[in-house]
Design a protein around this ligand. Sequence first.
Ligand code: CIR
Length: 253
Amino acid sequence: MIAITRDVSPSVAACELTHLERTPIDYERACRQHDEYRRALAAAGFEIVALPADAALPDCVFVEDTAVVLDEVAVITRPGAASRRPEVGAVAAALARHRPLVAMEAPATLDGGDVLVLDRTIFVGSTERTSEAGIDSLRALTAPYGYEVVAVPVDGCLHLKTAVTQVSREALLVNPEWVNPSAFADWEIVTVDPAEPFGANALLAGTRVLYPAAWTRTRTLLEARGIEVVPVPADELAKAEGGVTCCSLLIRS
Ligand code: CIR
């Protein structure tokens, strides 16, 4: 298993922001937390690919948005924020070692943070970043491999995976304020503690879940279900509206 990651940009303070007020971001602290995240992924059995940052690309650490990696193919996205579109080149070059690539074209826009792959179904958030053309493009590019693409309305947060992520073979972690859990009828639903609205973004890495250390109440709910949770400090990049899924692309070998 391989995890593609990218260093934090020294210009991260100039990141895109949609739902958060801009607050100072401590670059060194963000780097330290990102290193800890990489160590947790390595401990979970992933070989870490660490791409260098680009000072001209404030959001380049959030590699998740630049691609959708499936077992058969990787789709290179066209991110919804124009400032982020030049991020795709370096990630595509790294992915090309592991998967055949296909690429989205204008006018389609799609952020990987809006894509939740659950077996052969690809749920895609309909958001400011991901357009209908982007969803149609993903459908067309993945249909040859037998995937069904299902569009899901998202309201109040940046991406679908801000609102829902997979935490075990059977269960999804959801903030029902931002996405309607009825879209995921075949899944057990764990609801975040209401005091932790950003607690629905968890990273299933093999059999364990990397999870922001800040969300202790929701963590207790996960552990009560027998889920192994690895807390990681993630609050510095959270100021850039990034969570734990955003900072890697996981590749099954
Ligand atoms: C952005 O607004 O694009 C970045 N500041 C944060 C992207 C986070 N990515 C993700 O949730 N997949």
